[in-house]
Ligand binder design. Sequence first.
Ligand code: B12
Ligand code: SF4
Ligand code: SF4
Length: 394
Amino acid sequence: MRASSSPLFLHPPPTARQRLTRQVKQLAREHGLTVSAVTSAAAFPEVLPILLERIAAGHLAGLDWFTPERAAASCDPRTLMDAPLSILSVGIAYWGDDGGKPDDGVPRGRISRYARGVDYHDLLPRRMRALHAAIEELTGAAIDCRFLTDHARIVDRAVAARAGLGWYGKHSCIIVPGHGSWVMLGEMLMNLDLEPDEPLAHDCGRCHICLDRCPTGAIVAPYTIHAPSCLSFQTIEQRGAIPRAIRPRMGDWVFGCDVCQEVCPYTKAAAKAPDPEFLPPSIEHAYPALHGLLAMSNRTFRARYRGTAIARARRSGLARNAAVALGNIGTEEDAPFLGSVVLGHDLALVRGHAAWALGRIGGRQARRFLDLARRRERDPEARAEVEQALEVAA
Ligand code: B12
Ligand code: SF4
Ligand code: SF4
């Protein structure tokens, strides 16, 4: 018998590094990290030209921290730690059945699924830290580690793609086998030598559904997002007025946008097993009443949304978004409420967007409130909104 046909030869025993890597991944699952995969801590030289080209083309305009210098640093993990050896790319999955928007006659907005529960900026590092302690216990050694998620110093998706945690969809999100793109990503950069995984050989083929269905055409080409057109940017990062051309396309989104992910065929195959900490504690964290968002005090805002990613939009941003959403889905019945916002809200940004909403809804009552606001409004931008709304109000 030839040596090569021996079962021992075909299945060599795992090396110590492979055994350790398997144990680390098992520990990751036990610590609430749905998926994990390993890549080396080498630089990402192929990513830098893409980032620089996107900055130069204006696709990242408005994200002021996204400078060429930051982009360069984010492509080299060695700027974060002396002699790192491996990156453990991790993710928490959050797709599930949410029952849909309630049909209760209340005009309600829509919040992106990733933001409905505990803020992932807190959740991922908390679980990664617990995993780190478990790895130190396992190895009996102190391990240098940086915990990263949504950090300007690393490109989360590039790490996940090289580690084979998932692959790039044309909507530019990482699609993770069995979970679709509904996975929030993080990394542990460590001076621990783990066995790297291979990137996945998978792509979207001829599908282009997400490009066709994006409400604003923000996916300007496969794998290319024009951030200023993306509803996620406008509803979360934008601090001033939302461009008028984008407002009608927002529909009922008041925080983020999930459309390109929802329409993706891989979502149908995604496990409906959201991590419990991603679940909304109340309907106001998933489908909030728009009148409530517009009437909200700072104190209510903090009490309701502290500890969630929604807090990033601030009360001003969320109320502004609610005004736009009410303009899109509201009826003449909402005119008196919007009128009270136009005449009485403490923030000019919100008064201006409520004026836009009244103009879009139109009708006799809407025009009456806008006329009154034209006489009373002192803020120049809000006043300009009122005047433009009067021009379009039918
Ligand atoms: C800036 C940013 C945004 C911006 C810009 C989005 C963008 N696409 O760049 C805005 C505010 C618009 C945004 C929106 C969203 N974001 Co965001 N965002 C980031 C952030 C901070 C940086 C992303 C970045 O580097 N962009 C620069 C561009 C150039 O990178 P990119 O679009 O990913 O492009 C890559 C691919 O296109 C690929 N590529 C280019 N050409 C080609 C060609 C081929 C053939 C292939 C295969 C690949 C490929 O290479 C590029 C570099 O990796 C990351 C966190 C982080 N630190 O990494 C989160 C992150 C990307 N966002 C995330 C999420 C969840 C979202 C939203 C879904 C939120 C929502 N529901 O509203 C939307 C999705 C919008 C979309 N379709 O991308 C997750 C994505 C998780 C995942 N599974 O992919 C991240 C990773 C945060 C996290 N830690 O989980 N986001
Ligand atoms: S998040 Fe919404 S607006 Fe942004 S690219 Fe996806 S579908 Fe378009
Ligand atoms: S919708 Fe189609 S093109 Fe877009 S990410 Fe999903 S599979 Fe790829």
